[in-house]
Design a protein around this ligand. Structure first.
Ligand SMILES: [Zn+2]
Length: 70
C-alpha cells in the first residue's frame, strides 16, 4: 500500500470534522470531500459553551481540525 497519509484522521473540507480515513461520508455534514492537509485538533464537547466552536462555527460535538488546507 502506498499512501501519503500520515495522520490518523482526515478532515472534512466543508465542516472541518475529523473522521477516520476509512469513513466515506462526514458524520456531521454529510460531505464526501476530505483532505489530509489539516492542522491542529480541537475536541468540542459542548458547542453552545465553547468559544472555539463559535469561532469555527461548529454546531455539533466532535473532533475538528483548526485549519484545513494548505
Ligand atoms: Zn463535514
Amino acid at each position: 500500500m502506498s499512501s501519503r497519509q500520515t495522520k490518523p484522521f482526515k478532515a472534512c473540507l466543508k465542516c472541518k470534522a475529523l473522521v477516520r480515513p476509512d469513513e466515506t461520508k462526514c458524520p456531521v455534514c454529510g460531505s464526501t470531500e476530505f483532505t489530509f492537509e489539516w492542522s491542529g485538533m480541537v475536541i468540542v464537547l459542548d458547542p453552545e459553551k465553547s468559544k472555539v466552536a463559535k469561532f469555527l462555527d461548529i454546531k455539533k460535538p466532535g473532533r475538528y481540525a483548526l485549519k484545513v488546507g494548505y
